[in-house]
Design a protein around this ligand. Structure first.
Ligand SMILES: *[C@@H]1O[C@H](CO)[C@@H](O)[C@H](O)[C@H]1NC(C)=O
Ligand SMILES: *[C@@H]1O[C@H](CO)[C@@H](O)[C@H](O)[C@H]1NC(C)=O
Length: 403
C-alpha cells in the first residue's frame, strides 16, 4: 500500500515537473497555458526525434495538431457552413442565415500555423469564423491555402491572393449578396502575414477595382530581417511559440534546406546589398521606449549573398510586408493590429503600427499586456482562458465598428 502511494506520488511529481513551465505573472490561469504548452512541447519533441530518425519531416508531425483539432463542416441555426473551392483553392465558407436586410459584410480569413500547418476546419478557427459570420452578419471565406514543407513560398501567398482577387469581383460579391464597400482581410500569425501581404498587393493590381474596407492583423509575422528584436529576446522560450520554432517556420516557408534556418538563428542571413531594408525594422526608432527596456540596439551583421540568391523569397514584400517603403503603405485601409506582450512576434506588429501611422493610415493598435501568441485563437472557447475570450470579443467589436 505504502509502495503504491509512493509510486503514485513520484509519478505525479514527474508529470507535474514535465508540465511545469515558467509563465509570466500577469497571465491568468497559468496552469491552462502550461497544459497547452506541454502538448505543443511533446509534439515538438516527437517531431524532432522522427526527423532525426529520418521517419518524417518535423512539420509533418506538427500537422497532427491540426488533424486532432479538425471538425467537419456543420451548419447551425445561425450559420451555414460548407467546404468548397474558390478559384481552385479549398475554402471553408460561412454564410449567415439571418434574414437579410440589404447587403452583407465579408471577411476573407487566413488561419495561422506558421505556413506549415493549421486548417480552417480546426475547432478554434471554425469557432472564430462562425462567431464572425453570425455576429457581424458577414460572409466569411476561411482559406485552406497549401502548406509547407510540401509547398513553399509563394504558393501560400498565391493561394490566398487568388481567392481574394476572385471574391472581390463585382459579380461574385453580388452572388453572395456582399456589399462591395464592406469587405476586409483578416488573419492571425502566419495568416496575419498573408492578410497584410494581400492588402498591399491588391493596391498594385490594376485588375482589382474593389477596395478593402479594413485589414485586421492578429499577432502577425511581418518581417524576416531581424531575429534578435527585443520581443524575440524576451520571449525566446515562451509557450506555444518559441524563438526557435518561429525561425523554423520562417525558414520552412522558403525552403527545407537547413542552411537558411542556421543563418537565421545566428541572425546573419541578410547580405549587405540589402542593408537599406534594415531601416524598416529598426526597433530603436520604431518601438516605444517602454518596449525597448534595457535592450541595446546593435547594427546588423551581414551574411553571404549566396543564401539570398538561392532563396530570394525571404526578402520579398509578399513574405515580409514590413519591408515595404512608406509610399507603398499610404493607401492601405484602416487597420486593426493585436500584439501580445509575451510573444516573439510582438515587435513585428508594433513596428508595423508605427510605420502605418507615419504613412497616414488609421490604426487601432490593441496591445495585450497579459497576452501570449495564440491567445485569441486557441484559448477563446468559453471553457478556456479569460484573456482569449476578451481578445476575441475586442476583435469582433472592432470589426463591428469598422467594417
Ligand atoms: C444563434 O444566435 C443566437 C443570437 O445571437 C444565439 O443566442 C445562439 O446561441 C446562436 N446559436 C448558436 C448555435 O451559436
Ligand atoms: C537605427 O536607428 C538608430 C537610432 O536612430 C541609428 O543610430 C541606426 O543607424 C539605425 N540603423 C539602421 C540600420 O537603420
Amino acid at each position: 500500500m505504502g509502495a503504491k502511494l509512493l509510486c503514485l506520488c513520484i509519478a505525479f511529481t514527474l508529470v507535474a515537473y514535465y508540465i511545469y513551465t515558467p509563465i509570466p505573472e500577469n497571465i491568468e490561469q497559468p496552469w491552462k497555458l502550461m497544459l497547452i504548452s506541454a502538448v505543443f512541447r511533446t509534439l515538438g519533441n516527437v517531431a524532432e526525434v522522427a526527423e532525426q530518425l529520418g521517419l518524417a519531416n518535423y512539420m509533418d508531425v506538427m500537422k497532427l495538431f491540426s488533424t486532432a483539432e479538425y471538425t467537419a463542416p456543420t451548419s447551425d441555426e445561425n450559420v451555414t457552413v460548407t467546404d468548397k473551392e474558390i478559384s481552385g483553392v479549398a475554402v471553408r465558407l460561412f454564410l449567415p442565415q439571418k434574414p437579410r436586410d440589404g447587403l452583407r459584410r465579408a471577411v476573407l480569413y487566413f488561419h495561422g500555423g506558421g505556413w506549415c500547418f493549421g486548417d480552417a476546419g480546426m475547432t478554434a478557427y471554425d469557432l472564430l469564423s462562425r462567431r464572425t459570420a453570425s455576429q457581424l452578419n458577414a460572409v466569411v471565406v476561411s482559406v485552406n491555402y497549401r502548406l509547407a514543407p510540401k509547398h513553399h513560398f509563394p504558393v501560400q501567398f498565391e493561394d490566398v491572393y487568388s481567392v481574394s482577387k476572385f471574391f472581390l469581383q463585382s459579380r461574385v460579391l453580388s452572388q453572395y449578396s456582399v456589399d462591395p464597400t464592406r469587405v476586409c482581410v483578416a488573419g492571425d500569425s502566419a495568416g496575419g502575414n498573408l492578410a497584410a501581404a494581400v492588402a498591399q498587393k491588391l493596391l498594385e493590381d490594376s485588375e482589382v477595382t474593389t477596395k478593402l474596407k479594413a485589414q485586421a492583423l492578429i499577432y502577425p509575422a511581418l518581417q524576416t530581417l531581424d531575429m534578435n528584436l527585443p520581443s524575440y529576446h524576451q520571449n525566446a522560450d515562451m509557450p506555444i511559440l518559441s524563438k526557435s520554432l518561429m525561425i523554423r517556420f520562417w525558414s520552412e516557408y522558403f525552403t527545407s534546406d537547413p542552411s537558411l534556418r542556421e543563418a537565421m538563428t545566428s541572425n546573419r542571413h541578410v547580405p549587405a546589398q540589402w542593408g537599406h531594408l534594415f531601416q524598416f525594422v529598426n526597433w530603436s526608432t520604431l518601438l516605444p521606449d517602454r518596449m525597448k527596456k534595457d535592450h541595446v540596439y546593435t547594427d546588423p551583421v551581414y551574411g553571404s549573398p549566396a543564401l539570398a540568391k538561392k532563396y530570394p523569397g525571404f526578402l520579398d514584400l509578399r513574405a515580409a510586408p514590413l519591408l515595404a517603403a512608406e509610399a507603398q503603405l499610404r493607401a492601405l485601409p484602416p487597420t486593426y493590429i493585436l500584439t501580445c506582450e509575451h510573444d516573439v512576434l510582438r515587435d513585428d506588429g508594433v513596428m508595423y503600427a508605427t510605420r502605418l501611422r507615419a504613412a497616414g493610415v488609421p490604426v487601432s493598435h490593441e496591445h495585450a499586456e497579459d497576452g501570449f501568441h495564440g491567445a485569441l485563437t486557441f484559448t477563446a472557447s468559453p471553457t478556456d482562458m479569460p484573456v482569449g475570450l476578451r481578445l476575441m470579443n475586442n476583435y469582433l467589436q472592432w470589426l463591428e465598428e469598422h467594417l
